[in-house]
Design a protein around this ligand. Structure first.
Ligand code: FEO
Length: 394
């Protein structure tokens, strides 16, 4: 590995993980990821901001050694999740005089997760500052920029924000700074959908708070550094807003073709009515792509065959995930087929308790869909169009 300089005396010292393909054993990482740690040298003190995933601990250590860092005074931990804190025990061994600077809630998690001794901590409060001599760090406690203990760190004189997970994205790239904003937008939106969307309500306020700081750079804990903060702040302002688009997402599974025929017909009916449709065959869908589509869609139609007495387990899994991600979706419905009854509609609608959706009457058919089924799907498309018109997105 290699360290890179953001500005004089401020270095990226993290690790690139080109090979990693899944995070939390859940989130696909098509472009790998990075664990960004930063070193800030002041005239009197030196601070390390975050560490890296334990799988890459030697990358961080060798970066510090190659930079000739013999003393670290402070290790700021913005977030206790192990991809940023996991190398803390090793760094504390190598730098025995370093204090861990974080908020009380994060300290408690670090003690529980990593068994860091209490005496190594310096606990800070919201808004508190820490002088490094000619440089100053300021800390803002920002719960739920992934976990409840998260905080962001502001390098006052250089106007660099270190927001940890917030505003970053999963990608391993040799470029220190974002150079392709179209690529960065898609990657950041996917990351927002997978990680930040459940906390949309809290993040709204943080976007405005960060705007108020007017950062020159945003240096997150995943992905390249952003020298055009306006770009990501505008994108986040859109994603966290209550505005939805004239789009329908259809996650589906079909075992013998009946549900697939219904999805195909509904897709055509919606396209005919000028609505953007995004069907996802869940047996081969990257769930990051599904999450991405949920950021803006006004309506979700869940399509399932019946297995025994309820929805297909793959549909149950996707519905559980969609509910947990809490998209701003306004309307939902269920379509599918059954052989001898079952409670697919009840099971799915009960699972949507975290999303404030209005349910549009479902279309469930016994066996093979017939002409009457297709007409019912046309009426469903009419109803979706009507609902979209009512909220002025058509
Ligand atoms: Fe990148 Fe919530 O850890």
């Amino acid at each position: 590995m290699i360290s890179r300089e953001l500005v004089s005396g401020v270095y990226w010292v993290g690790a690139l993980d080109f090979d990693r393909r899944i995070f939390d054993e859940l989130i696909p990482l098509p472009e790998g990821t990075s664990y960004n740690a930063y070193l800030v040298r002041g005239s009197q003190k030196t601070a390390l901001i975050d560490t890296v995933d334990p799988a890459k601990e030697y990358d961080l250590l060798s970066n510090l050694v190659k930079l000739g860092i013999e003393c670290i005074d402070y290790i700021v931990i913005n977030h206790a999740e192990q991809d940023h804190s996991g190398t803390l025990p090793m760094i504390l061994e190598f730098y025995p005089d370093a204090r861990v600077v974080t908020n009380a809630k994060c300290r408690d998690l670090l003690v529980a997760l990593l068994h860091i001794p209490q005496e190594r901590f310096m606990v800070i409060a919201d808004g508190e500052t820490l002088s490094l001599g000619d440089r100053t760090l300021q800390f803002f406690i920002t719960p739920w920029t992934h976990w409840p203990e998260t905080q962001i760190t502001w390098l006052v004189e250089d106007r660099i924000l270190f927001p940890c997970d917030l505003f970053g994205f999963h990608a391993a790239t040799s470029e220190l700074f974002i150079t392709d904003e179209a690529w960065a937008y898609r990657s950041a939106k996917r990351y927002y959908a997978e990680i930040m969307m459940p906390f949309r309500g809290s993040i709204k306020g943080y976007v405005e708070k960060v705007r108020g700081l007017s950062p020159a750079m945003i240096a997150p804990s995943h992905g390249p550094v952003n020298k055009n903060p306006q770009f990501i702040l505008d994108a986040y302002a859109d994603w966290v807003s209550d505005t939805v688009k004239n789009e329908v997402v259809i996650p589906y599974v079909s075992m013998h073709g009946s549900t697939a025929k219904m999805v195909e017909h509904l897709t055509g009916a919606l396209i005919t009515r000028g609505i953007v449709v995004k069907p996802f065959n869940l047996t081969r869908t990257d769930i990051g792509d599904l999450a991405f589509a949920l950021v803006d869609a006004a309506t979700v139609v869940i399509a399932t065959p019946t297995v025994l007495f309820g929805p297909h387990p793959t549909v149950v899994s996707a519905t559980y995930l969609a509910n947990a991600l809490r998209p701003k979706t306004k309307f939902a419905s269920v379509i599918g087929s059954f052989g001898w009854g079952g409670k697919s509609v009840e099971t799915i609608t009960k699972m949507l308790d975290h999303v404030k959706v209005e349910l549009i009457p479902p279309v469930m058919v016994l066996g093979e869909p017939d002409e009457a089924t297709m007409q019912a799907l046309d009426r469903l498309a009419d109803e979706i169009l009507k609902k979209h018109k009512e909220i002025n997105i058509v």
